[in-house]
Design a protein around this ligand. Structure first.
Ligand SMILES: *Cc1c(COP(=O)(O)O)cnc(C)c1O
Length: 403
């Protein structure tokens, strides 16, 4: 299926060697499509239809076609997409959902929110996604679903996950919030499980002008139920057959996102090009075993919502503070794995239980990857990291000598 791809935006040429480099800057993206966005916003105001409506229906079919799913249902956020999916599958108190502890909070909070138990299993070193063998070992008679996360924009091992799901008759809910357009064996996220959940939070690869979300599925019955659940479970004429919620996509968001969807593939190519430049530039720096770059696994299309490197030898926090001094954008996704979050303490998870996730939370670090970065900026990021690593190494060796 070939889709028209809008032309790549030209790189900004104005950045100087001293400007700070943000982790993400949404302004150049807006500037490059300002006229189209402004017209879309204007159109919504002329129509004065603000919730659901034609703008949303049109955008839903565009997403269905982009992901190759039969159905797509807009909702208020990625978090709500997960909650609506769980509700549609009748998952609630007494049920268990197996998921990753190395992800954004909403993955597990959605499970807890519907009254079920998030059952965490560790991730793999390669790609940081949930480990299928660990899933197998965690299945009980209460397990109702598996919720893999395509972390940072690269797909989990969906074939193995689906095999386990089929064997035990479980649903698979993809948390694809970071992974729109990401592919596994030539198929896009959103159709790799029973239900796919997307977020349009402004910093996701397809980001709106506020919160928004989308659910995809090939199952017409589940789709009909989720459409009802997002409008208070109303089957029409105020017949409330389900205890639903108010979780709808705004027309304004749909109009903006519909413009941006046309550019998504060219922005994704920009992120991928930046990742390959990073690979070349870091290779030249010879940082050896200290900085470990992310890898694209076989059969995947990595969409790099985040470009996360690992900083070994316990140097991560020193490197972070040096980068901040140099005004180079960086962040930690995520500093605490979810099994150790205070609000999940009642489940009794212990430190040491998921060693890979715990280690990742100590050594992971995100660097700028947005499409509009130019080569000069990437060079400055890499030399900044290099400088940070060498000064962190000097500090830690003088500390160990003093001790
Ligand atoms: C962003 C995100 C969500 C939540 O999406 P919102 O639209 O912010 O509610 C869920 N899971 C993951 C992995 C995310 O990155």
């Amino acid at each position: 299926m070939t889709k028209p791809v809008a032309s790549t935006v030209p790189f900004p040429t104005s950045s100087s060697a001293h400007d700070p480099i943000p982790l993400i800057d949404l302004k150049p993206q807006y500037q490059s499509i300002k006229q189209e966005i402004d017209e879309a916003v204007q159109r919504v105001f002329e129509n004065q239809t603000f919730v659901l409506g034609d703008e949303v229906s049109k955008f839903e079919s565009e997403i269905a076609s982009y992901c190759d799913s039969r159905e797509a249902i807009g909702c208020a956020s990625g978090t709500d997409a997960l909650i609506l999916a769980l509700q549609a599958l009748n998952i609630g108190p007494g049920d268990e959902v197996i998921t990753s502890p190395f992800t954004f909070f909403a993955t597990a909070s959605s499970i807890e929110r519907v009254g079920a138990k998030p059952v965490f299993v560790d991730v793999e070193e390669n790609g940081f996604n949930i480990n299928p063998q660990a899933i197998s070992a965690a299945v009980t008679s209460r397990t109702k679903a598996i919720m893999p996360v395509h972390i940072f924009g690269q797909c989990a091992k969906m074939e193995e996950i689906n095999r386990i799901a089929t064997k035990h008759n479980l649903a698979v809910i993809e948390d694809a919030a970071q992974a729109i357009g990401s592919e596994y064996r030539g198929r896009r996220t959103g159709v790799l499980g029973t239900i796919g959940c997307f977020s349009f939070f402004p910093t996701k690869n397809l980001g709106g002008a506020g919160d928004g979300g989308m659910i995809t599925t090939d199952d017409a019955q589940l789709a009909a139920r989720m459409k009802r659940l997002r409008v208070h479970g109303d089957a029409g004429r105020y017949q409330h057959v389900d205890l639903g919620m108010n979780s709808r996509l705004d027309s304004l968001q749909a109009a903006v996102l519909s413009v941006k969807l046309r550019y998504l593939d060219s922005w994704t190519e920009g992120r991928q090009r930046n990742a390959s430049w990073y690979q070349e530039l870091f290779d030249r720096e010879q940082l050896g075993s200290v900085i470990q770059l992310p890898k694209t696994l076989p059969d995947r299309r990595h969409v790099y919502n985040q470009y996360c490197v690992r900083v070994h030898d316990g140097l991560r926090d020193e490197v972070l503070s040096s980068l901040r001094e140099q005004q180079i954008g960086c962040a930690v996704y995520y500093p605490q794995p979810l099994h150790l979050q205070p609000c999940f303490a009642h489940h009794g998870y212990k430190e040491g239980q998921f060693p890979i996730s715990e280690q990742l939370s100590r050594d992971i670090m995100a660097l700028p990857i947005f499409a509009e970065l130019n080569l000069g900026q990437l060079e400055r990021v890499v030399s900044g990291v290099s400088k940070a690593v060498r000064s962190a190494q000097t500090k830690s060796s003088s500390i160990s000598k003093a001790a």
